[in-house]
Design a protein around this ligand. Structure first.
Ligand SMILES: C[S@@+](CC[C@H](N)C(=O)[O-])C[C@H]1O[C@@H](n2cnc3c(N)ncnc32)[C@H](O)[C@@H]1O
Length: 199
């Protein structure tokens, strides 16, 4: 589901970049990656996460994808041409990722999953495209944060079948994504990394 004007303002705000700078360093501490990895970011928005992934993890190939064509257009202007070398930009849906099975070393998702009505299907796509031993770096919000008295009036999210901590953890484990490390703020959200197991 695309963002409404209020959430566009939130995610395209300089304070969001500061938050992601902190988060990506925590992610690297949780699970470092060898340089030269093949990485996908789903729900990339205007490309601020991609800029950081490139700098901190130094992939050889970085694909970024968003449902919203306007976000991809923004990313094309936000990112410097030199930063877009070895980077491919896609308009696409998380529930049907245009990538081969077992093809990626890592997948980053900064706050996209809670925007997807069929979030379990999107999670199964995450698991499908990762190689065995590949990592899913997660930053997600729970309904207490985005569907409370105030935020449900301001923001636009799917209304039904929303995941909280135990739903997400259960779905990850069902999809052979082993949550290796995570930092959770009560029932507000999660920052963590899950690794795809060989089953
Ligand atoms: C909360 S924003 C986060 C944007 C950016 N990752 C950030 O952290 O600033 C969620 C992003 O996910 C995208 N999105 C929502 N549903 C999606 C889907 N089904 N497939 C791919 N992207 C999706 C939205 O267009 C939006 O850019």
């Amino acid at each position: 589901m695309k963002l409404n004007w209020a959430e566009r303002w939130v995610v395209n705000n300089p304070s969001r970049i500061f938050q992601q700078q902190v988060e990506i360093r925590l992610m690297k501490r949780m699970m470092p990656l060898a340089h030269g990895a093949t990485i996908l970011e789903v729900g990339c928005g205007r490309g601020a996460g991609a800029k950081l992934i490139r700098k901190v993890f130094q992939p050889s190939q970085l694909m970024i994808l968003d449902l919203d064509f306007q976000m991809i257009q923004k990313a094309k202007t936000y990112l410097h041409p030199a930063e877009m070398e070895h980077m491919s930009l896609y308009v696409g849906d998380a529930v049907c990722l245009p990538f081969k099975t077992n093809s990626l070393d890592a997948l980053f998702g900064f706050g996209f999953l809670h925007h997807v009505p069929d979030w379990r299907r999107a999670l199964s796509e995450v698991a499908r495209v990762l190689k065995i031993g590949g990592h899913y770096y997660i930053e997600e919000l729970y309904p207490a944060l985005y569907q409370n008295f105030i935020t449900k009036r301001l923001l636009l999210h799917p209304a039904h079948d929303r995941f909280k901590s135990h739903d997400l953890r259960y779905a990850l484990s069902k999809m052979d994504l082993d949550l290796k490390d995570a930092f959770e703020l009560k029932n507000l959200g999660i920052l963590g990394v899950a690794t795809k197991l060989d089953h």
